[in-house]
Design a protein around this ligand. Structure first.
Ligand code: FAD
Ligand code: DHB
Length: 389
């Protein structure tokens, strides 16, 4: 087989890039290890920056997102027995869209189907070849048969555990990592959200987050030790712990019900540099991951796609290499800012130590400063809604 851009990974990054390029007449083939049902079964991010929403519209995939997604002009931080609101719209002039990653992915698959986009599922043994040559290729196995794709470029959009990043020689790749000593236990339940905006809670018992997918579907998270397993948490225990970390009036109106999904995600910051090696370009979680506190994972994947899309367009339309040559530098600059913001939100709101300590006093002071300073709220708001591409 032959194509212009071979994309490894059919998650949101790979699908969005494939869709954007195809609309400009650039051919792609997407290789995905899992079934479509498996990819759509993963419950992950829920908050879209306005820049990501624009990119979905540009890809012709914004219709359902605009109809069903909820515009949020602010969110709450519960701390020290009170709720303070961050007015995103007032301090940044922008808002975010609450629309789940599952729905984003579903819309992208539907758009790819409508254009007869080529997505090969359940491929295995993907190997990248000749990355420094003018004619790279990818080999893989599908239905027990060895296959090969010749292409101009390879995009590694295969997530943190993918093969693409590992194809960059160890003496070229520099990795930066921060592992946090806790995880998030997430529960999805068919209940009405406890509040019409998100609530991030800092509590002596640990962090909690009240989020949502719709008016009848809620998503809640609590900070848990990494030694816990999702199975060890009954629904009753989860609701009791969540309530204990929320202000009393919020806890009193929390609607509980059976969980329809329950999982633990570890918290980690990670960046791989560079994001280009010859004909290979990394995008999204393949190159960087953040702790989820600032809702930046999916959104940073989308900004990579933006830079790569424009770089590839300029290459094919005008023979202009500047966008591809500066891709790694531009994408990393923005990804590092997302790391900084996610680290700050995580540090501000999680329990790191037992009891009262210097660091927990600093968290309280940081919050008191935040809500006493318009400049600090501007900084939080501009990062949360998404820094410019
Ligand atoms: P992925 O979504 O990981 O997609 C990569 C795709 O590549 C997958 O479909 C995978 O099956 C495929 N693949 C992997 N290896 C191969 C291979 N060898 N060959 C072919 N295909 C391959 N972000 C938030 O903002 N908020 C959240 O609450 C949040 N929760 C998360 C929970 C979990 C458990 C995880 C893992 C991530 C979470 N994130 C969250 C981050 C967010 O979901 C990611 O940033 C986003 O999915 C990145 O998209 P991607 O397409 O780059 O990678
Ligand atoms: C969700 C996840 C986040 O990490 C976040 O910061 C906000 C919302 C969510 O899954 O809804």
């Amino acid at each position: 087989m032959k194509t212009q851009v071979c994309i490894i990974g059919g998650g949101p990054s790979g699908l969005l890039l494939s869709q954007l390029l195809h609309r400009k007449g650039i051919e792609t083939i997407v290789l995905e290890r899992q079934t479509r049902a498996h990819v759509l079964g993963r419950i992950r991010a829920g908050v879209l920056e306005h820049g990501f929403a624009d990119l979905m519209r540009e890809a012709g995939c914004g219709q359902r997102m605009d109809a069903e997604g909820a515009v949020h002009d602010g969110f709450y931080i519960a701390h020290d027995g009170r709720m303070d609101r961050v007015d995103l719209h007032r301090f940044s002039g922008q808002s975010v869209l609450v629309y789940g990653q599952t729905e984003v992915t579903r819309d992208l698959y539907q758009a790819r189907d409508a254009m007869n986009g080529q997505i090969l599922h359940e491929v295995s043994e993907v190997v990248l070849h000749d990355l420094k040559a003018a004619t790279p290729h990818v080999t893989f196995v599908q239905d027990g048969e060895a296959r090969r794709i010749d292409c101009d470029f390879i995009v590694g959009a295969d997530g943190y555990h993918g093969v693409s990043r590992k194809s960059i020689p160890a003496d070229v790749l520099k990795e930066y990592e921060k592992v946090y000593p806790f995880g998030w236990l997430g529960v999805l339940s068919e209940t009405a959200p406890v509040c019409d905006e998100l609530i991030y809670a800092r509590h002596d018992r640990g962090f909690a987050l009240c989020s949502m997918r719709s008016q009848v579907l809620s998503r809640y998270y609590i900070q848990v030790p990494l030694s816990d397993s999702a199975e060890s948490w009954s629904d009753e225990a989860f609701w009791a712990e969540l309530k204990a970390r929320l202000p009393e009036d919020v806890a009193a109106r929390l609607e509980t019900g059976p969980s329809i999904e329950k999982s633990i995600a570890p918290l980690r910051g990670y960046v791989a540099e560079p994001m280009r090696y010859g004909a290979l370009f990394l995008a999204g979680d393949a190159a960087h991951i953040v702790p989820p506190t600032g809702a930046k994972g999916l959104n940073t994947a989308a900004s990579d796609v933006h830079y790569l899309y424009h770089g590839l367009l300029a290459h094919y339309a005008e023979g202009d290499e500047s966008g591809l040559d500066s891709y790694s530098e531009k994408a990393l600059a923005r990804a590092w800012k997302a790391q900084r913001f996610s680290w700050w939100m995580t540090s501000l709101l999680h329990r790191f130590h037992d009891g009262d300590s210097y660091d927990s006093r600093l968290q309280q002071i940081d919050l008191a400063y935040l809500f006493s300073s318009e400049a600090a709220q501007v900084s939080l708001a501009e990062n949360y809604v998404g820094l410019p591409y």
